[in-house]
Design a binder for this molecule. Structure first.
Ligand code: SF4
Length: 79
């Protein structure tokens, strides 16, 4: 399991087409030896562009990001 939320890349499926690298706005992904790699995990914003663009399903975002619509209420509840 990733120490933080990061896309998971299946190296066996990756064809090295570079589509995910092209759409990665923060430039966290790169191609190395013909495969996509998470070159800069510190830059990954978990934006989700990479997963749907991969033509072979080699990259997945296994975590769902949820936003609390009432954060102030939740914080008061915890106080
Ligand atoms: S889009 Fe998919 S096949 Fe293409 S480089 Fe990225 S992970 Fe590999």
């Amino acid at each position: 399991m990733n120490p933080r939320m990061l896309p998971e890349i299946n190296e066996a499926l990756c064809t090295g087409c570079g589509e995910c690298v092209s759409v990665c706005v923060p430039h966290a992904l790169a191609l190395t030896a013909g495969k996509a790699v998470m070159a800069r995990p510190d830059l990954c914003a978990y934006g989700g562009s990479c997963e749907p663009i991969c033509p072979v399903g080699a990259i997945q975002l296994p975590y769902q990001v949820l936003f609390d619509p009432h954060p102030a209420v939740s914080e008061r509840g915890r106080a």
